[in-house]
Ligand binder design. Structure first.
Ligand code: FAD
Length: 560
């Protein structure tokens, strides 16, 4: 058998190595447009920021080592420019010589990845404006910073790569502005979790401009100018464009392969395209999201690597291994915060008309009495009918990675919030609490579904009416340090003695710092005959971050 693979990084290199492990006698050729194979895309921002100092560490494999170990014919700096599915032939272009030649195949794997979006704005090709996809881009950026007096960086797009680059520019001592067209960073997140991360970014001295659209660039003697839709002009020495990527379907489309509704290469459960001899993996393909049931593209290294392995099994062993799809589990370091997500955000569930309840809680990363515990904010979305977990997002410092992986696996397995409540973890004070933050998220959701807890959300507070009474049940020192306007203060431990201050005919809205004391107060009032009592989900912590960011957004909108 003769196998050809196009693209030699995450998905392609995985597929090639697995094919060899399954078939020692096969002829395997892997084509790669770039000079490097199987390198660490995910490490590129950290190499630019000098966190990874040794460039060689980026290369998981070299073409020579890959060839020696796996006996695979690696052809770097060679583009596949055409696929002829009918005759099972690819046409290749060797960059060093200009030679164009063909190779036939029995089975073909496409793993061409995604290409950064580069809108046709005036001046977009000016010197000093970069996108980041591969080692070549990385070298350009690194050399540009070395060779020019770069002091000010503008990052356009506050997605995962944009934020990583903002942090790494900052790490190099540059003044950094991040611009984002939307009203929040990181699209897969809902506003309350994004708001916590935004506050953290601002606390580092990075300027974050939301609701901001760039209309063009000019290169002048004293550097680049970035023009905004409102007419404002900003100066920059370097610009990083990270406004998104799109699946590289060029070859597939020209070959007549089916493209799906999300504009990725359509594949079946075996990762086989509309041509039975061609398989495809990675950022270029689309498949069903198990939560929404809709087609989606997951631009993530984990799924690409795993798909490469599954697709190799199916190619060599026959279609034996089904791929069950990705739920977009992702994590990003935002300075010394970690932000992570799995499944679907509430805003996306709403857009898909999927009924759900959202609940936010804040817990310590480990036992509060053991040194070093930090706050972790978890938001989950779950079905009101059966408690199925649909999405989870976390912002925190320590232990976010562990918790999101747990939540991800529960979402992937269509498990419920009742399972979270019973989830058994390894506990000792340095690592967790006897009730882990994941259990706590489950307990809160369980209380909501069993009607023991009624919640309301931060954005409802601006719409409170005269029949609403807002009670802050924190201690007086916390109240005087900052509270929600209009609230009265009745600390939790005094509430039984001060019932006369709470009119029973009012709609009682309670809040505390994180949600727990508010829940306890609500239980007391409810059992003492107060009919309408609810507790602020995420408490003062969530409200404060959301309001700060909301007001920021409001000022920007009015300013522009
Ligand atoms: P790629 O790994 O991009 O490989 C595609 C290769 O195909 C490219 O090298 C390209 O040159 C080659 N190619 C394309 N067309 C042709 C052709 N016609 N002929 C020959 N060769 C061709 N994901 C995470 O999960 N976590 C992270 O932290 C993370 N960080 C990232 C940071 C950066 C800077 C970038 C760019 C990506 C990051 N990703 C991250 C995304 C992750 O790297 C991708 O999801 C993953 O690499 C996709 O694998 P792939 O095989 O589909 O494509």
């Amino acid at each position: 058998m003769k196998y050809i693979i196009i693209g030699a990084v995450a998905g392609g290199a995985s597929a090639a190595a697995r094919i060899r492990r399954l078939d020692e006698h096969a002829e395997i050729i892997i084509f790669e447009r770039g000079a490097y194979i199987s390198y660490a895309n995910c490490g590129l921002p950290y190499y630019i920021g000098d966190v990874i100092k040794d460039r060689n560490k980026l290369f998981v494999q070299t073409a020579a080592a890959f060839n020696k170990r796996f006996n695979i014919d690696v052809r770097t700096m060679t583009d596949v420019i055409q696929i002829d599915p009918k005759n099972r032939i690819v046409t290749a272009f060797k960059q060093s010589t200009g030679e164009v030649y063909t190779e036939n195949y029995d089975k073909l794997v496409l793993s061409p990845g995604a290409e950064p979006v580069r809108p046709p704005l005036p001046g977009i090709n000016s010197e000093g404006i970069f996108t980041l996809r591969n080692v070549r881009d990385t070298d350009y950026i690194k050399n540009y910073i070395r060779q020019h007096n770069v002091k000010k960086a503008v990052v356009i797009g506050a997605g995962f790569i944009g934020l990583e680059m903002a942090e790494n520019f900052h790490q190099l001592g540059l003044q950094v502005i991040v611009m984002e067209m939307s009203n929040q960073i990181l699209t897969p997140l809902d506003f309350p979790i994004a708001a916590l991360a935004q506050q953290h970014i601002r606390s580092k001295g990075v300027q974050l401009l939301l609701n901001t659209t760039v209309t063009g660039f000019t290169n002048e003697d004293d550097g680049l100018t970035v023009t905004l839709k409102n007419g404002e002009i900003l100066k920059a020495d370097i610009v990083l464009l990270s406004i998104g990527v799109r699946p590289d379907t060029n070859l597939a489309e020209k070959a007549g392969l089916k493209i799906g509704s999300a504009r990725g290469i359509a594949v079946n459960e075996f990762l086989q395209t509309s041509d039975s001899d061609i398989y495809a993996v990675g950022d270029a393909i689309e498949f069903k999201n198990s939560v929404s049931g809709k087609s989606m593209i997951s631009y993530l290294a984990g799924p690409a690597n795993k798909q490469g392995r599954i697709c190799a099994d199916n190619i060599v062993l026959g279609n034996t291994h089904s791929y069950h799809g990705s739920i977009n589990t992702a994590i990003v370091k935002v300075f010394d915060m970690t932000v992570a997500t799995a499944g679907m955000a509430s805003k996306h569930l709403t857009a898909e008309n999927i009924p759900h309840i959202v609940s936010t809680n804040h817990a310590g990363s480990h036992a509060s009495y053991f040194p070093g515990s930090t706050r972790m904010s978890i938001q989950i979305a779950f079905s009101p009918d059966n408690g199925r977990l649909l999405g989870a997002q976390i912002a925190g410092h320590e232990g976010v990675d562990k918790r999101i992986d747990i939540l991800s696996s529960y979402i992937q397995q269509s498990r419920t919030i009742y399972d979270l409540a019973e989830f058994e973890h390894a506990y000792a004070p340095p690592y967790s609490s006897a009730k882990d933050p994941v259990n706590m998220a489950g307990f809160v959701a369980e209380n909501i579904l069993s009607d023991k807890l009624k919640i309301f959300y931060w954005d409802e507070i601006t719409r409170l009416k005269t029949y609403d009474l807002l009670i802050d049940v924190r201690n007086p020192d916390e109240f005087s340090a900052g509270c929600i306007p209009g609230a009265i203060n009745i600390p939790l431990d005094e509430i039984r003695d001060r019932l006369q201050e709470i009119p029973a005919d009012k709609n009682i809205r309670i809040y505390c710092e994180a949600g727990l004391r508010g829940y306890l107060a609500q239980r007391i009032l409810k059992q003492l005959g107060f009919d309408s009592v609810s507790n602020l989900s995420g408490g003062y912590i969530s409200w404060k971050a959301c309001m700060a960011e909301y007001e920021n957004e409001y000022h920007l909108i009015t300013r522009f």
